[in-house]
Design a protein around this ligand. Structure first.
Ligand code: FUC
Length: 825
């Protein structure tokens, strides 16, 4: 209490502080120093920057979304096809290790294991004498997507604002001072890139500008051919600007605006014939002609178009008055619900900033990476991590931002055709567990990780979900070939299991787990996750074809084959089996729990429709434990939400919102000071996974109904949310709960159809009318859930019946465009 009082006093007396207290802000009383994970991220989906806010040496670390090592290339291993039969036979015979040895030679690529997302470099601003500062604060305002640093040197107050303008495609920083003529600094570039030229050249009005030109790295025998160009042009107000060969010096200016433009020659994964110089100059010239305030206003408007759609309120306590790093340290020992709101909205901020229509999809680090050799190349791991990045897209009302992921899937549906054909003799398209900007679809890393072909099915499912949320049939028609291609690959690649007679994928694996029973080899046939993925993409393709009224013969094939897929199995410990055989180890705490794909993101396991599988999934999750890598804990928030256990989901949020301990490889997850998620190292998937999970705690729309506050933890008894989305085109315009009871919900129907609502307590319509109790199947076409085949249950397994809280289930017929209000009865 005492500490709080002191902080509050500081907050009102120090200028920088008084602004940083309110609203959705990350703020700190210390500069970032040398630590990248202290710096604050800004981005416009094309450019990403980390702002350090160091008074004496500002660092603006820069990324551009298409600066990747390498050039158009493929990495299939054509030896695969000839050895496929023997690999399959060995796996069916239980000789996984022998199969693995061959797979490492013939399936795993001998070429690129994926290219790297590389940084451009850093713009450094050296301010002499500014190491002696006071009254320091820096912040990232996620309601406006702007960073601000304020400090005092002598009797001058300095302020720096920076943002990545969405409309202008540039990064911009404005430096002001409380007294005229006080701004002097030198700007220069540093870069970890090896083939660059940094120089100043004459600019408009005889001033000089600073440029960096370069070509990205060669990597794993692929020649680096992405050419990039960065230009820094400075507009001083008063004072002077001088340039030497590689730096610009500003002296005694009243205010300064720095415009940074970066572009490359990248057009798409097979075309790098663009003109990076012209692009960089064009963006810059357009922006430079505009005053700072105009660029700022347009930026805020463009950002808020997305950001303002959702408002969350879980309550605010005094704990919210502390700087962000303090709140992170204290989160587990204080009641700070607003910190969850901040983290939730930060996930949306990060998606808006790293994924814009027409740009590249958010990679393992979104769009923020300072290393020339980043962890896992900062590329796309598509056996979980990239999909997780896009879990919040539709439900948190950022549907348009799904586009880069959808485009990537469309690209893979083309490049993956050659992989399907050359490596497996199959039609359709296939991708393994990783890809990159060149849309490589070969198998990489080693047989323990790479021999997995589930990506086509999983990624295509996002396209189907985009349709389920939007009802956009034109979109569905354009992406139907992607769904069909993913399914066609499985039609050709499935093979009958010699003894069980089910149709299975072989070779297969349950991402990246390797059971002891198979001498720690990952290879297997018909793993549960793959069966679920195939079941799901077959079902979605069937529905899509039926909606589009086409391909009836293909639909019949899919229906016939779907019946022959392995059902889910409940093993001896009552667990959901990860593999075809009952070989799960209840002590296994592997970070991947891939077989729970059926619980989330899929909807094949539900408390109401499949109670035994629901219990088995819960047992599995309890076996695996809570603490894991960041993204794994993010997934667990979603699973516990689907298991309707809000308190357990909240426990995972607490684990995630703890300061990171240890470095790469240590596991244990956690969060950095800038609220980036830690695997460790930094991986952005956990941020997005948790934002999705918090939404799932408050609303779920996957199981043939819309379930409101399905997994509310005790920590959030009262709150409200506005603007999230459910499938079937339903907007949760607003929802309020009090003492864990739903008190009011306003829902807009965009597409019409039956609205089936599950609520924790009885509701009546806003006009006082009684609501109709739901009966039978939901008639709304968007809520048709494929029936999950009955599980096979081990003799030894004991399965309890789920203990479910009583809920109400209503049916409300809706008309497109109309809004419906329900209040507590
Ligand atoms: C998979 C995961 C790792 C990490 C990496 C990027 O290999 O198993 O934990 O997230 O992707």
């Amino acid at each position: 209490m005492k500490k709080l009082f002191i902080v509050s006093l500081l907050l009102v007396t120090i200028p920088g502080f008084s602004q940083t207290r309110q609203g959705l802000k990350l703020w700190y009383t210390q500069p970032s120093g040398k630590t990248w994970e202290n710096a604050l991220p800004i981005g416009n989906g094309r450019l990403g920057a980390m702002i350090y806010g160091n008074p004496d040496k500002e660092i603006i670390q820069l990324n551009e979304h298409t600066v990747w090592s390498g050039s158009p290339n493929r990495n299939d291993n054509p030896l695969s096809l000839d050895s496929l039969a023997i690999i399959r036979q060995l796996i069916f015979e239980g000789k996984q290790k022998d199969a693995e040895r061959i797979a490492n030679r013939v399936i795993i690529t001998k070429k690129s294991h994926g290219q790297k997302f590389e940084p451009v470099g850093s713009l450094q601003l050296a301010f002499e004498g500014h190491n002696n500062f006071s009254n320091y604060s820096r912040e990232l305002d996620i309601e406006r997507a702007i960073t601000q640093t304020t400090y005092t040197v002598g009797d001058v107050i300095y302020t720096r604002q920076a943002f990545a303008s969405f409309p202008e495609r540039i990064v911009i920083m404005r430096i002001t001072a409380s007294q005229p003529g006080s701004i002097s600094f030198t700007a220069s570039f540093t870069t970890p890139q090896k083939r660059t030229t940094i120089k100043t050249i004459p600019s408009v009005s005889d001033l000089k500008e600073l440029t960096i030109s370069g070509i990205t790295s060669d990597h794993e025998t692929v020649k680096g051919m992405v050419k990039f160009k960065g230009i820094v042009r400075i507009k001083p107000e008063g004072g002077s600007l001088m340039g030497n060969d590689t730096s610009l010096t500003i002296a005694n200016a009243n205010a300064v605006t720095i415009y940074i433009s970066i572009a490359t020659n990248f057009n798409n994964y097979k075309d790098i014939s663009g003109d990076e110089n012209k692009r960089a100059s064009d963006y810059l010239n357009k922006a430079f002609a505009k005053p700072y305030t105009a660029i700022l206003q347009a930026h805020i408007a463009a950002y808020q178009k997305y950001f303002n759609r959702v408002k969350l309120d879980l309550g605010t306590t005094d704990a919210a008055n502390f700087p962000t790093d303090e709140r992170l340290k204290n989160f587990n020992s204080t009641n700070d619900p607003q910190f969850v709101t901040l983290y939730y909205q930060y996930g949306r901020y990060l998606l808006i900033s790293s994924s814009q229509p027409g740009g590249q999809a958010a990679n393992l680090q979104g769009i923020w990476n300072d290393k020339i050799n980043p962890p896992w190349d900062s590329k796309y791991t598509i056996n979980i991590n990239t999909e997780m990045n896009y879990w919040p897209a539709e439900k948190t009302n950022l549907s348009e931002l799904h586009e880069p992921f959808i485009q990537m899937t469309k690209d893979l549906s083309v490049t993956g055709q050659q992989t399907a054909r050359d490596m497996y003799g199959a039609r359709g398209w296939a991708a393994h567990h990783n890809t990159d900007i060149w849309r490589a679809t070969g198998a990489i890393d080693g047989a323990t990780w790479g021999v997995w072909s589930g990506a086509g099915g999983w990624m295509s499912q996002h396209l189907w979900e985009h349709y389920l949320y939007t009802g956009d049939k034109t979109f569905l028609a354009t992406v139907y070939p992607v769904l069909k291609g993913a399914s066609t690959f499985y039609v050709d690649f499935l093979i009958e299991h010699p003894t069980k007679k089910w149709l299975v994928i072989n070779p297969d694996m349950s991402p990246e787990n390797a059971p002891e029973a198979h001498q720690h080899s990952s290879l297997d046939a018909g793993t549960t996750m793959t069966n679920q993925i195939v079941f799901e993409i077959f079902s979605s393709t069937i529905k899509a074809a039926e909606i589009l009224k086409m391909d009836s013969a293909f639909v019949d094939t899919l229906k016939q084959m779907r019946k022959r897929l392995p059902p889910m199995q409940i093993g001896q410990y009552g667990q959901l089996q990860e593999w075809l055989d009952d070989i799960d180890d209840p002590k296994d705490n592997h970070r991947h729990i891939s077989h729970l794909y059926g619980l989330f993101p899929s909807n094949q396991i539900s408390p109401y429709r499949t109670p035994q599988l629901y219990e088995a999934a819960k047992t599995t999750l309890l076996h695996r434990g809570d603490v894991s890598t960041g993204w794994s804990m993010g997934w667990k928030v979603n699973w516990w939400a689907r298991l309707l256990d809000g308190n357990h989901a909240y426990k995972l949020i607490q684990n995630q919102l703890s300061p990171v301990q240890g470095g790469r490889g240590d596991g244990g997850g956690g969060t950095y000071n800038n609220l980036f998620d830690a695997h460790p190292p930094f991986q952005i998937d956990g941020n997005f996974g948790c934002t999705s999970g918090i939404t799932e705690m408050l609303m779920q729309s996957a199981n043939g109904e819309i379930h409101l506050i399905p997994a509310l933890p005790d920590a959030w008894p009262t709150g409200s949310i506005k603007g999230i989305k459910a499938i079937g085109g339903f907007d949760i315009v607003s929802m309020e709960w009090k003492d864990a009871k739903l008190v009011k919900v306003v829902i807009k129907s965009n597409l019409g159809g039956n609205l089936r609502l599950r609520t924790p307590n009885a509701m009546k319509s806003g006009t006082g009318d009684a609501l109709k109790k739901a009966t039978g199947k939901n008639s709304n076409p968007f809520f048709q859930v494929e029936e999950t085949p009955a599980p096979v249950i081990a003799d030894k397994a004991t399965i309890a019946s789920p203990e479910l809280k009583e809920t109400m289930l209503y049916d409300l017929p809706t008309v497109p465009g109309k809004t419906y209000t329900l209040v507590i009865k």
